[in-house]
Write a protein that binds this ligand. Sequence first.
Ligand SMILES: Cc1cc2nc3c(=O)[nH]c(=O)nc-3n(C[C@H](O)[C@H](O)[C@H](O)COP(=O)(O)OP(=O)(O)OC[C@H]3O[C@@H](n4cnc5c(N)ncnc54)[C@H](O)[C@@H]3O)c2cc1C
Length: 445
Amino acid sequence: MAFEGKVYDLIGVGFGPSNLSLAVAVADEMENAGADWNLEMLFLEQKPGFVWHEGMLIKNTNMQISFMKDLITLRNPKSRFTFLNYIKEQNRLDEFINLKEFYPTRIEFNDYMAWVAQHFENCVRYGQTVTSIHPVTGQDGEVEYLEVSVTDADGQASVFRTRHLVVASGGTPTFPATVDVPQADNVFHSHNFLYRLNQQFSNSEEPYRFLIVGGGQSSAEIFTHLVGSYPNADVTVAMRAFNYKPADGSELVNQIFFPEMTDFFYELSPENREKMLRAHYNTNYAVVDSSLIRSIYKMLYDQRVVGVDRFRILSFLELKELSTQAGEVFAMFENVMTRETVQLQSDAVIMATGYDRPKRHPLLKSLEPFLVTVEDGGYEIEREYRLVTKAGFKPSIFVQGVNEGTHGLSDTLLSVLPYRASEILRSLHQQMRTVINSDEVTIGW
Ligand SMILES: Cc1cc2nc3c(=O)[nH]c(=O)nc-3n(C[C@H](O)[C@H](O)[C@H](O)COP(=O)(O)OP(=O)(O)OC[C@H]3O[C@@H](n4cnc5c(N)ncnc54)[C@H](O)[C@@H]3O)c2cc1C
């Protein structure tokens, strides 16, 4: 197993928007705030290059957040890593302004983030899947470093050492807990949607039968895409709810995604945090952008005008069983109102059933003896996203994107990335000063 003999100050697991914004924050602090920080950092990303939810980069799908909530503008609109600077560098500024669009396509926003990521090629290793993280004890008997094990696409293993760690590995695609999902190429989660479509359903003229399970934003986007791109396909959406419900993006409620709300939320009691999450669940979960709902309604109406029944939404259906036979998928549902059983046959089932973020990160398993846990089974975490550790453990571990329960609804989104990155850096700097007690590290903000 290869070990390059170097100890990094900070290793990041994953190089999605969260850790990318952290890299931007480091560069920005050094360039613009006069910080002088010799931070040796490395990000380990399993994908072969930067790409954001590539299986769902569907044409004509838009961001659900303003382009100004990019990787840095909130904190420093003058940074060279802003979305507007990217647009300027692409020679599209006039054209972009003329679009009068606050919500660019996801394809364009992905291109923006990939452009930013190119600036950090020297501190990212792509194609490296982190498989485990272990403590390394120093001569004084205290945990000094963390050993991060990775494998590359060829199965080659290596090990990296770091003084501090930031985990931002995103959510895990999830399926209904009560359903055995068959291992079949034609039953797949929405995160793989475009791959599977290109691989197995590449002839857009074929009369495929598609079934989508779920009633959130991904389901609505997939429904719209399949209806529009496969003119002869039969497309069904089955959902437990009555119908697609609009996301609450109204101005007053939307203030819940303001950066200062993180302080407010963090200070609440566990009961009040839970109440806040429940009360505002419809800002993000099992809801759909209202303009998309309108276009779906129009699509369904137009179909009625010409007397066709090629695509439809089936309400109140809870998935009970899935099986495959001779290339077909058999789905059994129960109608939650009538308790009747409904059987649907299709050529492919797309599970638009969301993502899971377990309270305890599987990669932190072997560090658990050193982590303080709380009543709900999760780890105790500081306001600045640092896990509380027990005595005798020197490394700091930060986690991003899994703290909705303590830091509020913005945590899994892009809403407060620049602030979060800056808060993590402040805390890291503090730890490096107090734990390592080194004069080498100075940062000026
Ligand atoms: C289709 C879709 C659209 C969305 N649109 C919006 C939107 O418009 N606005 C918004 O605010 N939010 C949106 N979100 C929410 C989304 O969670 C955030 O936009 C964002 O992706 C969070 O960034 P992240 O870096 O925390 O996680 P991710 O983007 O999931 O990135 C995590 C990275 O870690 C890597 N990784 C995971 N495990 C390992 C490992 N063991 N080793 C190495 N690398 C690993 C992954 O490959 C990935 O690149 C959307 C989500 C989806 C699924």
